[in-house]
Ligand binder design. Structure first.
Ligand SMILES: [Zn+2]
Length: 381
């Protein structure tokens, strides 16, 4: 009898625990689907993702932050590769994303040229109307540029160990989309107290989009994982009213240079003096080696609190600390003196800003524990 009770407890416990990661899987699958096309600037991918997030917020009955709804619009120019994307080296066709990528600010070029070696990893095309540069890389890491240059730059994975690079035959078309409309998505859940302090949680939902007609960067860890955690938080706090008002912001434009969060901070969207604490989440899909806290050394009492909360229940393996870093959307808030942490998980996978950052290979190792650590920490704030 006693044993049966124990078994039941374990079953109930683990199913309650798995709920958050089951929902996370659904969200990450949706955000990494072809329909969202890397949550960038081709095929309406960013917009499909935004509509999905807004519909989830509505479903959880989170209040819109603005009289006009959840969205805060802004725009910027962005360089894209919407059409042709083919590269042959020595006559052999390469796969976009896997064997080669353009540099983010690359211009267009087409034709067949002989290559001249500049050094062991750098080559240039002879007699091309537009300068063409090729560099060999050990890993391909894509990014987003807000402008294009009059040079076609191609990065080729050197796993093939080319003996000799003789010719390049390419068709690369780049196009700058001017004033591309982006939107931050902002919601809140009312607090139980009259106090006008707020807790803010943020995560960017944009990623790198795609190159050519078929290839896109899924961005499962970066940052469909963080978005899923934020939606899990909205769901949780909508059912379990928090002490303070909680504001949830899903930023766009992060990969293009933290543009969405800059817009949010610069446009008096919030009275930042009322922010008791802000937690930015990016890359939350692993946790095999614990978590990293950026700004830990800036906000020591809060960091000690986080560690104490973790020690009380042994949620995550290790909490490591860093100082300030301009590496995600917390940065502009931090610069304005808003107390904040940027938290990311450590270990697990190597994929980063490439076509291999997929839902299938994302382990979500310590997802549930990170969720419980964060909610327990917020309770203590
Ligand atoms: Zn990111």
């Amino acid at each position: 009898m006693k044993n049966l009770f124990l078994v039941l407890l374990v079953i109930i416990g683990s199913s309650a625990r798995s709920q958050d990661s089951l929902y996370a899987r659904l969200v990450i699958k949706k955000l990494t689907s072809k329909e969202c096309f890397g949550r960038g600037y081709l095929n309406n991918g960013l917009d499909v993702a935004a509509k999905f997030i807004a519909s989830e917020l509505k479903r959880f009955k989170a209040e819109p932050l603005f009289a006009t709804g959840y969205f805060q619009w802004f725009d910027f120019d962005v360089n894209t590769f919407p059409d042709k994307m083919s590269v042959k080296i020595n006559g052999k066709l390469l796969k976009p994303g896997i064997d080669f990528i353009p540099i983010p600010e690359s211009g267009s070029a087409r034709g067949k040229f002989t290559l001249t070696k500049k050094d062991s990893i750098t080559f240039v095309a002879d007699n091309s109307p537009v300068p063409i540069g090729l560099s060999l890389k050990r890993k391909l890491t894509f990014s987003v540029a807000t402008n294009s240059v009059n040079v076609c730059g191609i990065e080729v994975l050197n796993a093939n160990q080319y003996k000799e690079l003789k010719t390049i035959d390419l068709n690369v078309e780049s196009k700058v989309l001017t004033k591309y409309i982006n939107k931050n998505i902002c919601a809140y859940v009312k607090g139980k107290t009259e106090n006008d302090s707020v807790i803010v949680m943020t995560a960017h939902y944009d990623h790198l989009g795609g190159i050519g007609k078929k290839t896109y960067f899924p961005g499962a860890n970066d940052n469909a994982s963080g978005v899923s955690m934020l939606l899990n938080m909205v769901k949780y706090y909508a059912q379990n009213p928090p002490k303070y008002k909680m504001i949830f912001v899903f930023f766009a434009g992060e990969e293009a240079g933290l543009i969405g969060s800059k817009y949010f901070v610069d446009n008096n969207t919030l009275d930042l003096t009322k922010v008791k604490f802000l937690i930015n989440l990016d890359l939350l899909g692993t946790g095999d080696d614990g978590i990293m806290v950026v700004n830990a050394t800036e906000y020591k009492p809060q960091f000690e609190k986080l560690k104490k909360v973790n020690e009380s229940k042994n949620y995550v393996k290790e909490i490591r600390q860093r100082g300030k870093a301009r590496n995600s959307d917390h940065y502009w808030f931090s610069e304005k003196g808003v107390p904040c942490f940027f938290i990311y998980t450590l270990g697990g996978i190597k994929a980063y800003h490439d076509v291999f950052d997929t839902e299938k290979t994302l382990p979500l190792t310590d997802y549930g524990d990170v969720f419980r650590l964060l909610t327990a920490f917020i309770k203590e704030l």
